[in-house]
Design a protein around this ligand. Structure first.
Ligand code: GLU
Length: 288
């Protein structure tokens, strides 16, 4: 059974770049006759403006990207993340660490860092060991890739108690039985950490596909940080057409008469992942 998902962090409204990811993962799942899930990754409250998650869900709806199953909110999943941290500590491959970022950048743990499986008396992060170098894996779009790992451990729970993206995404993809992960290429370098956690937690490995990014006129990825414009939901048809172009798909002629639903139905039928470009795409080059 093919199960895909879209897993936005609610740090702002959807923009064209995030719609591209949502649309590609939706089309891939629908073309395969599978299920498509939405998970809101609301794990970092200081970075989440009020209303952002609901605005994302409203935009998905306005663009016809339906998801029959209820949304999973990561903020409700802390006991599962805690259990995973305990499981990682029990393998001996995770440890408590009190070092600052500066200490670790210097390449060594501070002399007073416990580096222990048992929790120390002061607040500590939990880190997982990983071998440095590169990790190879197969990507449905990019083929054989090698992603770099530069540090010999990574955080799964921060000193302030918040769980890391790496931990939560792996735990929830397994919990939701996600078989195919389709996401932006900016997350390619996260994949080695996810494979490592799957191995340590005894979880099966999903298939990965990393999409090209949409770039602004300065050559930067469209993102909230780079002030990408929020999607105009009243122009769903045009937004979808622009994303289909970025994904290299063949479009029906733009006669302006077909509904969003009809456009999506055609896109499902014509979906050809092999046409997705491997290089990033200039958003300004995409007419509707
Ligand atoms: N929540 C992540 C983001 O918004 C994406 C997670 C994923 O697709 O693995 O960038």
């Amino acid at each position: 059974m093919y199960t895909g998902r879209f897993a936005p962090s609610p740090t702002g409204p959807l923009h064209l770049g995030s719609l591209l990811t949502a649309l590609a993962s939706w089309l891939w799942a629908r073309h395969a006759g599978g299920e498509w899930l939405v998970r809101i990754e609301d794990l970092d409250p200081p970075r989440e403006p009020p209303g952002a998650a609901l605005s994302i869900l409203a935009s998905l709806c306005a663009h016809g990207l339906s998801h029959p199953s209820p949304v999973l909110w990561q903020s409700t999943r802390c006991s599962a993340y805690d259990a995973a941290v305990q499981q990682l500590l029990a393998t001996g491959e995770a440890f408590h660490c009190t070092c600052s970022r500066q200490d670790l950048l210097a390449g060594e743990h501070a002399a007073q860092c416990p580096q222990s499986v048992d929790p120390p008396s002061e607040p500590a992060a939990v880190r997982v060991k990983i071998g440095t170098g590169t990790v190879g894996f197969d990507d449905e779009i990019l083929g054989k890739v090698r992603a770099p790992v530069s540090a010999d451990s990574f955080v799964v729970q921060r000193r302030d108690g918040l769980y890391s993206y790496h931990l939560a995404v792996v735990v929830d993809d397994a919990f939701q039985r996600v078989s195919h992960i389709v996401r932006g290429r900016d997350l390619l370098d996260s994949t080695p950490y996810h494979l490592r956690l799957q191995e340590l937690l005894g979880l099966s490995r999903p298939t990965y596909a990393h999409l090209p990014l949409l770039l602004n006129e300065d050559g930067q990825k469209l993102s909230k940080q780079a002030h990408a414009a929020a999607l105009d939901d009243s122009r769903a048809h045009e937004n979808i057409r622009r994303c289909l172009r970025a994904l290299g798909q063949t479009l029906p002629p733009a006669d302006g008469s077909d509904s969003v639903q009809a456009l999506l139905d055609t896109a499902i039928a014509r979906w050809e992942p092999r046409r997705i470009p491997r290089d990033d795409v200039d958003a300004a080059s995409l007419p509707g």
